[in-house]
Each structure stands twice: as structure tokens, then as C-alpha cells.
Ligand binder design. Sequence first.
Ligand SMILES: Cc1nn(C)c(C)c1/N=N/c1ccc(/C=C/C(=O)NO)cc1
Ligand SMILES: [Zn+2]
Length: 369
Amino acid sequence: MTTGYVYHELFGWHDTGTNVGLLPADPAAGLQPFVHFENAETKRRMHELIVVSGLIDRLERIRPVHASEEQILRVHTEAYLERIRSESRLPKGGDGGDGFTPFGQGGYQIATLAAGGVIAAVDAVVSGAVDNAYALVRPPGHHAVADLGMGFCLFSNLAIAARHAQQALGVERIAVVDWDVHHGNGTQAAFEDDPSVLTISLHQDNVFPPNSGSVEERGTGAGHGYALNVPLPPGTGDYGYLYAMDQVVVPAIRAFQPDLVLVASGFDASAMDPLARQLVTSEGYRMLTERLMAVAEETCDGRIAMSHEGGYSPVYVPFCGLAVMEALAGAPAFPDPYAPIVTGFAGRDLQPHQQATVDRVSPFVADLT
Ligand SMILES: Cc1nn(C)c(C)c1/N=N/c1ccc(/C=C/C(=O)NO)cc1
Ligand SMILES: [Zn+2]
């Protein structure tokens, strides 16, 4: 199995500031300065574990290139692109637009490299140069919509790469799986009315964006039925996610018969993440990846490209990300030293209320052709 890997030190230079924990420092409100949750450290540590574990020697390194204006404009508006580019020229940079998505001077160039990194991973998979690929990019993308950067996301990296695959590489049908713990609203919006891209989001119910990602959100117009949302209750662990994978994701991909599978891969559903309350472990992510590889093998010669999204535990994201990449590469498992801690949390097994949520969505698979 040949697995492509995209990482670049520039991603670590995306500056989200040092006084935005999630809220700007404000002494009167008792808010002390704190590094932004979406900071370089967690992703840099994942890269370094990939190197130190030795997995790097089994990967094909893929060099990211900056996404072009044309590629970005397949998803974003000209006005939005121009605003990010102009704010990026300012000494203090700017913000995607929601006030929680800061970037420093030069942030536009890093954001185009992130989108270009996912494009490079897709190019390598579609060309057959590699069997599958992981793009460890920053800033993330799955919340960004056509004219607004939000939720730490500037450009919709995965959506831009999907449109590139269709319009430049001739790929027709794409299935997108988003296992980041937050709803993949941006990716869903990009393909809202388009039946050629199936979007499936597994997320903790109503965490972010607010009032987004309900079971009832199924796409619009010709795209109705080609968006699936599984809003899992808080405390869902490995076997709740696996049940969603087995009952919704795999059958949907089998019915949709894509030419390519893309994954918005965040690790903030992990048992040690500060921004959500799920209980997924590195073993859970490995199992999810193996399930996805099997159905990708069955439908599209195993073509999978993953784009890194959220995940904020500097100690645990590295082990969750390593598990996914080991599965992609068919490599043996590097032991997860946190396993005794996270498997010790209760709730790893499928719970009735989690099963009930998934069972509300699985009937929608029958509407896919
Ligand atoms: C809304 C709102 N209003 N206020 C006051 C605040 C502090 C709000 N939360 N913002 C958030 C909360 C979580 C994320 C996670 C993003 C991610 O990891 N995506 O994958 C982004 C923004
Ligand atoms: Zn997230």
C-alpha cells in the first residue's frame, strides 16, 4: 500500500494569535490571554510523531503547492478571496469573518498552501501515484463557506480539492466523509444542490456551528438526499462511531458508488479533546479508517484522500492521527500510551440513545442512487 503524505513547516507559521483562547483576552471579563486552540503545536506534534515512530519511512512525501485563484474561486467568491488577500497584507493580519478565525500577516499565502496541499494529495491519488493520502494542513477548512471564513477555517480546502478533481481531473462522483467532531457545514454548503458529491458528517450534536447539522439537513434541489448528517449525542465513543460507520457511511458509499472518497479528518471527537465531549480513541480512529478503506476498495480502487481539520489535544491528536496513517499505509500499530487512560473512561460501547440517532439516518441510504 502506497500512502502519500503532505506536510510543510509553513503550516506551523499560520498565526492565530496568542490572546484568543476561544475568546479574546479581556481583563474586565476575567479572560486571560491564552494561545488559540487552533495553534501550530498539535499539528506539529502529530507530524513529529509520524517521523519519530518511523512511519515517515513508509510514506511518499508529497510537496504542497499554493492553490491558484482559479482553484479557490471554484468554491469562494471573488470578494471574499480579495478581502483575505488584502487583510493578509496588514501587519496584524485579519480574520475569516466570524471573529474567531484570526490570521497573521501573510496568512493568505499559508491558506492557499493548505488548500493546495489537499489538491496535491488528490492529484497523487487520482493519478495512481499513491493508493491513498493524508494532507496534514493548517488552517483547516470544513467550516468555511463561499463568502465567509469561520470556525478557524479560511478556505474550504477539501471542497476546493473536490472541485479540482471534478473539473481538472475528470472525476465524476465524490463521497465526502467528515468525522471531525463539529458539523462540516462548509463542505455541505459547497455541494448543497449537487448530486455528484455526497457529503456525510458525523459530529457531536449541535456543538458548532450552532443549530447546524441536524438529521433533517439533507441537501436541496437536485442535491436533496445527497447530504447525510449524524448528530451523535455527547459521550459517544468508539462503538457508537463504528455503528454510524457501519449503518450509514459504508452503506451510503456502497449505494453512491463514488470514483473518489475524501475525508475531512479532525480528531476533536477524541476522548481527550478540550472543544467537545466525545470518547473516541486512537483504536476507534484506526477502525473507522479500516472500514472506509474496505468500502473504498470495493467501489473506487481504494482511492481515499484525507484533509486534516480540527483536533486540539496536543498529547492525544498525535496518536489518533498516527493510527489513521498506519491504517492507510497498512503499517503495524505503534502502541498508544494513553490507551489505558482513555479506554478506562466509561461509554466506549454503543449506547441505546446513540443507536437511536443513527437509526434515524440509516433509512435515508435507500434514497441514494
Ligand atoms: C459560536 C460562538 N460564540 N461564541 C461567543 C463562541 C466562543 C463561539 N464558539 N466558537 C467556536 C467553537 C468551536 C469551534 C471549533 C471549530 C473546529 O474545531 N472545527 O472543526 C470554532 C468556533
Ligand atoms: Zn472540529
